[in-house]
Design a protein around this ligand. Structure first.
Ligand SMILES: [Zn+2]
Length: 317
């Protein structure tokens, strides 16, 4: 029996797991991402894999490979991080570095893509062949699985649904363009909608909460919508409408069996999913929506490390 390591690199911490061939996590932990000395991040990861495998009495010789997810622009074919702005890597051959240290095969993907693979393997996807996965967090990530394989595209940018333009004259996005999906439906985007509302409606509950806390969050919006606050509900309605619209357009390109919704914003749960479903039905071609179901992601923070393990198995096959 051999095992694989899944590694999910983020701007503040690296999540790591030792995973068996069925996709069960035997052991998981995280280490800080040392962004002050970026050249030490991968040696740190390898040292901690060795220490932790020893801790659970697994010989290093049983490690068959490492699957890594990293943020930013990733060239998975060449194992290269083109640019990861929030970490500080530029043109860094991560897979060469880690496979030289470890002596095992290393595979790299964009972090949203490995989360999609993990969620589809052991979470809400249930091994579907054609899937759109979207992560609603501080930003909006996406991954597309076609015929069981993650789509990377020509230079690793495929599936970046957060940067689909939904309003050409909208807010400025981090990518430098205007009106991307993530400027509206990310946690940041929802908070910005709430802020605009409270300024226009100083008597509203949102304005009251803003005065109390000095800030409004996406959670405030969903909490107040739950108690039927009109302003909060209007923001939720707009958010799910834009999401349903974007997903209907994405779905026409893939004809997916499932759409999986994850990330911090998805903690709003079933009311969010029901709203997205209804908007999706409104905008999608019936032939597309008839065969497509929309689900909440189930794996939370474990999706990335499980997807990393899946990536190793997919490349071994
Ligand atoms: Zn953008």
């Amino acid at each position: 029996m051999t095992y694989v390591a899944g590694v999910d690199i983020g701007g503040t911490s690296v999540k790591i797991g030792i995973i068996n061939r069925e996709g069960d996590i035997l052991h998981k932990w995280s280490i800080p991402t040392n962004t002050d000395q970026v050249e030490t991040i991968i040696p740190d990861v390898w040292a901690s894999i060795q220490t932790n495998m020893q801790m659970i009495n697994l010989p290093i010789a049983k490690l068959a490979g490492i699957g890594v997810g990293a943020p930013g622009f990733i060239d998975s074919k060449n194992g290269l991080v083109h640019e990861a702005v929030n970490i500080g890597w530029k043109n860094y051959n991560l897979t060469d570095h880690l496979s030289q240290l470890s002596g095992v095969p290393v595979f790299l993907e964009n972090d949203a893509n490995i989360a999609a693979l993990g969620e589809n393997w052991k979470g809400a996807g249930n091994g579907a062949l054609n899937v759109i996965a979207i992560t609603l967090g501080t930003g909006v990530g996406g991954g597309i699985i076609s015929n069981g394989m993650i789509i990377s595209g020509q230079n690793g940018t495929a599936g970046e649904i957060g940067h689909m333009t939904v309003n050409p004259s909208g807010y400025l996005c981090n990518c430098g363009r205007k009106g991307c999906l993530e400027t509206i439906v990310s946690a940041t985007g929802i908070a910005r909608q709430a802020d605009a509302y409270q300024m226009a409606h100083p008597e509203s509950l949102l304005a009251q909460r803003n005065r109390e806390n000095g800030v409004l969050t996406a959670k405030d919006v969903f909490d107040l919508a739950q108690i039927n606050d009109e302003g909060a509900q209007s923001i939720v309605d707009h958010t799910v409408d834009v999401l349903g619209f974007a997903l209907a357009n994405a779905a026409i390109l893939l004809n997916p069996e499932k759409i999986l919704i994850g990330g911090g914003v998805s903690k709003a749960g079933q009311p969010l999913i029901e709203g997205i479903k209804s908007a999706f039905q409104t905008y999608a071609l019936p032939h597309v929506s008839d065969v497509c179901t929309i689900h909440l992601a189930q794996l939370g923070n474990d999706a990335g490390i499980i997807g990393g393990a899946f990536l190793v198995q997919e490349n071994e096959a």
